[in-house]
Write a protein that binds this ligand. Structure first.
Ligand SMILES: [Cu+2]
Length: 290
């Protein structure tokens, strides 16, 4: 498949950081009145689903309930992995997906990219919160270490999302919105140091993602994308996660602990026209967190 990411990470060369992840939910005031109908709805949390990735498989539930869902993805390594969610059209199965992906070129039109936790360095956990409709999905890893992409080695797994009649979850409270366009990231405000929840919204015509990388002191986003091409020497940054590929018009959320310093936002999604990763078209941005 030509439209595969070329992200790599040298196992063991990345220090394991102590990061904590979590979502902040808006607390609804609770009060009740006798005569009027102004009863506040209680806060309902998103479902939490834990997934692990390793060389080369996912460990995940087979069936989960529909609705707002926070995926927590632990990369047990030793390679870099992410957890892209694909929604399959009605009647399509994981076997049909495998068959389609055996051919080079972009995924078939009956597959929709609906986000998921983007790649954390080995040993780290990343998260993403997305709204899931009932249906058939796949978890897939598009990461490529210069060899076959990881889904060719077994990192594709089916996930059934079943109808859920519970109350709708409260959307995460967000600190910053990152809007994805062709080919840039637009932040609604600077990201301040601390635990921050970012809403990622794809306003473009084709799929995009955010991969968040904490840059090593003195390193630039260009140093990191150059390093990816050859993967020689220690990486000049540490992947932390973000939100994997989203179709046009879709949104997702991720939460990360931002220590002061420099970070990179990068999109590796292959371009609809020329198949090159979007960072080649300029979809990479360096930000400073204070
Ligand atoms: Cu992109």
């Amino acid at each position: 498949m030509a439209s595969v990411k070329t992200v790599g990470l040298i196992a063991g060369s990345v220090a394991v950081a102590t990061l904590t992840f979590g979502l902040a939910f808006a607390a609804a005031p609770s009060h009740a009145t006798v005569k009027t109908a102004t009863v506040s709805a209680p806060t309902v949390k998103a479902h939490v689903v834990r997934v692990t990735g390793e060389d080369f498989k996912f460990t995940a539930p087979d069936v989960i309930p529909a609705g707002l869902t926070e995926f927590r993805f632990l990369n047990k390594g030793p390679a870099l992995h992410h957890m892209q969610l694909l929604k399959l059209a009605d009647g399509k199965t994981i076997d049909a997906l495998r068959a389609a992906l055996a051919n080079p070129g972009p995924p078939p039109a009956w597959v929709k990219q609906v986000g998921g936790p983007n790649a954390p360095a080995p040993g780290l956990e990343s998260n993403a919160t997305v709204m899931l409709e009932p249906g058939n999905y796949a978890l897939i890893c598009f990461v490529d270490l210069g060899g076959p992409p990881h889904f060719m080695k077994g990192m594709v797994r089916s996930l059934r999302v079943a109808r859920d009649n519970g109350p709708a979850a409260t959307k995460p409270r967000t600190d910053v919105t990152a809007t994805l366009v062709d080919y840039a990231f637009k932040l609604s405000s600077p990201i301040r140091a601390g635990t921050r929840t970012i809403r990622v919204y794809n306003a473009a015509q084709q799929p995009h993602e955010i991969e968040l990388v904490q840059l090593a002191p003195g390193a630039s986003v260009g140093d990191f994308t150059k390093w990816i091409e050859k993967m020689e020497g220690p990486p000049p940054g540490k992947p932390l996660g973000g939100v994997a590929g989203l179709e046009a018009g879709m949104s997702g959320y991720f939460t990360a602990d931002f220590a002061p310093g420099n970070y990179a936002l990068i999109c590796f999604v292959p371009d609809a026209k020329d198949g090159k990763p979007h960072f080649v078209h300029g979809m990479m941005q360096q930000i400073t967190v204070n």
